[in-house]
Design a protein around this ligand. Structure first.
Ligand code: ADP
Length: 409
């Protein structure tokens, strides 16, 4: 079975073509700057063949059309024709309360996705564009939607509710949803496998640390809490997002600086976080270099960054009533030995015996970072959201076939 996984953003499309029998990525790439000057497509095939295609790409549909052309081309292609594609899996950011797992896309699902647009006005519309484009280009191929929010739908009400007037929850669906669900799900599953345990018997804290960052508490295989909320701005300090903030700070600033809603929104989403504190960059490598060279605000930013993660780990261990494993993932979690060691420093009381030697210099590789007898294990697990999307897509198709459904689009 061959599956295309699509992750459509406002001006970009990331894609991978999976062969599910061998679990190999036959080709992957990205379409960038859609609708802008200087659009291009980069494609890389499993054998290392690389293609860069430059030229105007006006919208998502033409971007995907070019990608399908590349995937089936004689010179740079990976398949001989579209018939070889069994299904398409889409990353969809917000499924609201309507979706607690991945689903086959039907007209009814599209209507429900459109109802979720208010909750993710920047993300869901381009996700839908990708779905519509595929429906137009490959109308006979089933499509599946895999949600960032779905994994966290198992949170209990006392964890997902905000203490605002209850009718506002009912009216607008204001509650914690959480994001990065496919990543938290993948790394918790993989982490349990790596130590030969069953995630259903474990209490795991997963730290997804990229430009966006979130922590999840996963008890007996299900998410019981996570640090991002109604929107991705809550929780950890991120590249440009503030994370947790006294709400009074925002209203105070709006008053003092006479900020309108849109400027206030930009302030907490784009100008805060590590960029705002350090004034150096939102990119962790640049901040670390600045700190190393003596920049005091960069040092402060890093201390704040690590402290916030540590606080979340402590509170989630309490929320679960114990802890068996901490997992680091995302660009920073996978690549920065410094971040990992600074976060676990001071957490020995939880039962962590960290192996600093093994951690030293480790980048982008699966590894257990604690000593043999450590009661709580600490792991690095590089995330693979695309694989989860491809697997869910395959599972849904196979289930339907097994139940004898004819898939009719
Ligand atoms: P996104 O959330 O956009 O997918 P990534 O998961 O790719 O982002 O993470 C990007 C972040 O990872 C950047 O801040 C980058 O500096 C950081 N990063 C990548 N490699 C390293 C490294 N070796 N040390 C520290 N940070 C790193």
């Amino acid at each position: 079975m061959k599956i295309i996984v699509l992750n459509c953003g406002s001006s970009s499309i990331k894609y991978q073509l999976f062969d599910m029998a061998s679990r190999q990525v036959l080709a992957k790439g990205v379409v960038e700057k859609i609708g802008l000057h200087g659009s291009f497509i980069k494609n890389e095939r499993i054998d290392g063949d690389k293609l860069l295609l430059e030229g105007d790409i006006y919208d998502h549909q033409s971007g995907i059309e070019y990608v399908l052309g590349i995937l089936t081309s004689v010179k740079h292609g990976s398949i001989s024709n579209f018939e070889e594609i069994d299904a398409v899996g889409h990353r969809v950011v917000h499924g609201g309360e309507k979706f607690n797992s991945s689903v086959l896309i039907t007209d009814e699902v599209i209507r429900m996705l459109e109802e979720c647009i208010d909750l993710a006005p920047l993300h869901n519309p381009p996700n839908l564009k990708g779905i519509f484009a595929m429906q137009a280009l490959l109308p006979n191929i089933p499509q599946v939607s895999v949600f960032d929010t779905a994994f966290h739908q198992t949170m209990p009400d006392y964890a997902y509710m905000y203490a605002i007037p209850f009718p506002l929850y009912k009216k607008y669906g204001i509650r914690r949803y959480g994001f990065h669900g496919t990543s938290h799900r993948y790394v918790s599953q993989r982490g349990a496998e790596m130590v030969g345990m069953n995630k259903k018997d474990m209490k795991i804290i997963t730290c997804h640390l990229g430009n966006g960052a979130s922590v999840a508490a996963i008890s007996n295989g299900v998410s019981i809490d996570t640090s991002m909320g109604l929107t991705p701005v809550e929780g950890l300090i991120m590249g440009t997002r503030s994370g947790d903030l006294d709400l009074g700070v925002l209203t105070y600033l709006m008053m003092k600086e006479e900020l309108d809603i849109s400027t206030a929104n930009t302030l907490i989403n784009k100008h805060s976080g590590m960029l705002g504190i350090t004034g150096v960059s939102s990119d962790m490598r640049e901040i670390m270099t600045a700190a190393y060279e003596g920049n005091e605000r960069a040092k402060l930013g890093l201390n704040m960054y690590h402290y916030r993660i540590r606080k979340y780990i402590g509170s989630y261990a309490a929320a679960m009533g114990g802890l068996d494993m901490i997992i680091f993932t995302g660009g920073i979690g996978e690549n920065s030995d410094y971040t990992r060691s600074e976060v676990v420093k001071g957490l020995e009381f939880l039962g962590i015996d960290f192996d600093y030697d093994r951690n030293n210099g480790l980048r982008g590789e699966e590894m257990v970072l604690t000593k043999e007898h450590s009661r709580v294990k600490v792991l690095v697990v590089p995330t693979n959201e695309e694989l989860i999307i491809a697997q869910d897509t395959m599972d849904i198709l196979e289930n339907m076939k097994n139940q004898g459904y004819k898939i009719d689009y």
